[in-house]
Write a protein that binds this ligand. Structure first.
Ligand code: GLU
Length: 189
């Protein structure tokens, strides 16, 4: 069973997210990944394997990675084999939006077919990437990530716990749930 940790606030989110993922390891998973927004740019690192492999990769590739907004995932594959490409987070065509998702989008094929017709291309075999592109389409008109996620989820059948971040709106972390548990902790600042 997979897990998600997200953080927005004054501290560096990276150690908080990685520690959170380690605490979720007991649930079982096949891949791990992290997305952060820094200077209005989305940074994503993900891979099949253990959280410790992700930590190694982050420290060798990026040294002291630091940001105030981010999210991490431990994946339990349902759509697409466990590999680096299918690991979460997933993103939209412009790499402005990142999404992490637990659960299953049951009507993802119908949504994917529609998006393919509109010119979208997909890198992974996951149901989750389809949702990133659906949000992207709606975001073009709302220019508001909260509204875009809300409207996208109206089209979705299935179960989910999910987190979405946008490099254009680094002061927001969007969360939603249906059939999966979600806990929000609010601290000083
Ligand atoms: N259905 C998604 C996937 O296969 C999410 C899996 C999960 O809950 O970790 O990537």
């Amino acid at each position: 069973m997979c897990g998600i940790v997200g953080y927005i606030g004054p501290k560096n989110c990276v150690p908080i997210i990685l520690e959170g993922l380690k605490r979720l390891e007991y649930r079982g998973y096949d891949s791990a990944g992290i997305a952060i927004v820094k200077d209005n740019t989305l940074f994503i690192e993900k891979r099949a394997g253990k959280v410790v492999d992700l930590v190694d990769r982050i420290s060798s590739a990026n040294g002291n990675l630091s940001a105030q907004l981010g999210m991490g995932h431990t994946r339990w594959a349902t759509h697409g084999e466990p590999n680096d490409v299918n690991a979460h987070p997933h993103w939209d065509s412009k790499k402005e939006i990142a999404i992490i998702h637990n659960g299953i989008i049951e009507n993802y094929l119908a949504i994917k077919t529609k998006l393919l017709r509109e010119g979208h291309t997909f890198e992974s075999a996951t149901d989750t990437e389809v949702l990133a592109h659906l949000i992207e389409e709606i975001y073009k008109t709302t220019n508001d990530i909260t509204k875009a996620v809300r409207l996208a989820l109206v089209e979705v059948e299935g179960t989910y716990g999910l987190v979405v971040i946008s490099s254009r709106e680094p002061d927001k972390i969007i969360v939603a749930r249906k059939g999966s548990p979600l806990i929000i902790g609010v601290g000083d600042g």
